[in-house]
Design a protein around this ligand. Structure first.
Ligand SMILES: *Cc1c(COP(=O)(O)O)cnc(C)c1O
Length: 380
């Protein structure tokens, strides 16, 4: 690698950890024309229903309830499945997973995660179950498949509900079937920064058709077939969101292909640097979505802390993210309520993790530049 003089750093464009994908403008405009023709902006319009049908097919024919965002989808799932008391979950996630519990008066009980993929450790769940436990809320973090068969079996044995936070896992398949085929329900986020998006948006995907009316009504003030049968919130997806979803969905395979190439490049160029561990998805059962590019920095071997690496990369205009730091149990908002010492693997991961830039439009050269800078910073 040729060293860049420091006065040339600004010639490189800023790299972000994630950037929203924008579909070809004509594709989106096509749907806008329909909105203008139909003059329906929300409340289960034509585009909403078409998008729902396409997603249902994408999810192997499962039921799909579209929502205004992923967080409200989790909120609805907790209500529909009548979660009460304590919910066993992971502290190594985005704020939403825990806040949706506490916001609803439920108590999160944090279970530690597995060292290999940072998903909930099923072997540590049963010790946390009490008579107040009503549900388990695991996260397919970075799109990594949780040990869902074990988790679902534990839930069944103890009569618990399972709500998968699959915000990162759109398009992930396990043994050829959709990742949404586990648990009672899976929540997907279509936020602009997620690999598939509807600007803001989300979906609940579930098999139990008996609950369709309740899921649908819960996001529309409890309104069902002309009557207020239930109590509900307002979390409907509008036609503009559905239009974006319809325009992005056909691009999905191409988007994944680009991300796969970037991931392979990062992994190839980083894996021989001491103290850098690429958190690649190695589960042979899983078709991955390459949603994120997390690495773990062992400060002793690498010769620098994760925080130091983060700052050095920022000097080169490379904006990474410490996803997920701090652990939720260490949030100021929860001061004094939880002990992150009880989830040591999660605590260690929060101190070591760094998510590198990965998005459609990021070039292989950009990834190489990030790798070269990291290599140059190795201080072992
Ligand atoms: C993005 C995200 C959410 C929330 O989704 P929104 O669509 O932004 O409301 C929930 N959980 C996780 C793990 C997320 O990354």
């Amino acid at each position: 690698m040729t060293r860049e003089p420091s006065n040339m750093l600004h010639l490189h464009p800023r790299l972000f950890v994630a950037r929203p994908y924008l579909p070809p403008r004509q594709e989106f405009d096509k749907y806008l024309d329909e909105i203008w023709d139909n003059r329906i902006l929300t409340n289960y319009g034509l585009l909403h229903e078409r998008f729902r049908a396409e997603l249902s097919q994408f999810f192997d024919g499962a039921n799909v309830t579209l929502t205004a965002n992923g967080h409200l989808a989790l909120d609805i799932a907790l209500h529909v499945l009548d979660a009460k008391g304590e919910v066993i979950t992971t502290p190594f996630t985005f704020a939403s997973t825990t806040h949706v519990l506490t916001w609803n008066g439920l108590t999160p009980v944090f279970c530690d995660i597995k060292e290999n993929d940072l998903t909930l450790d099923p072997d540590k769940i049963e010790a946390l179950i009490t008579e107040k436990t009503s549900a388990i809320m695991p996260v397919h973090v970075y799109g990594h498949f949780c040990d869902a068969e074990k988790i679902d079996a534990i839930a069944e044995k103890h009569g618990l509900r399972v709500i998968y936070d699959a915000a990162h896992a759109f398009g992930v398949r396990v043994d050829g079937k959709s990742i949404a085929s586990f648990g009672d329900v899976s929540m997907f986020s279509f936020h602009a920064t997620k690999l598939f998006h509807t600007i803001e948006g989300g979906a609940l995907v579930y098999k139990n058709s008996d609950l369709c009316d309740l899921y649908e009504a819960s996001e529309n003030f409890g309104f069902c077939k002309g009557e207020h049968v239930y109590i509900g919130t307002n979390a409907k997806m509008n036609e503009f969101q559905a239009a974006m979803g319809l325009a992005v969905l056909p691009e999905f395979d191409t988007l994944i292909k680009e991300r796969k190439e970037l991931t392979a490049r990062y992994t190839e160029h980083l894996s021989d640097i001491k103290g850098v561990r690429c958190l690649a998805n190695e589960n042979p059962r899983v078709t991955h979505n390459y949603a994120y590019m997390p690495i773990l920095i062992n400060a002793n071997s690498f010769g620098r802390t994760r925080d130091n690496l983060f700052q050095e990369l920022a000097k080169h205009n490379i904006n990474c993210r410490k996803y997920f730091y701090p652990l939720i149990s260490d949030y100021k908002a929860y001061h004094g309520q939880f002990d992150s010492g009880l989830t040591p693997i999660a605590a260690k991961a929060a101190d070591e993790v760094l998510c590198l830039p990965i998005y459609n439009g990021l070039s292989i050269n950009d990834a190489d530049r990030v790798c070269n800078i990291i290599r140059g910073l190795y201080n072992g």
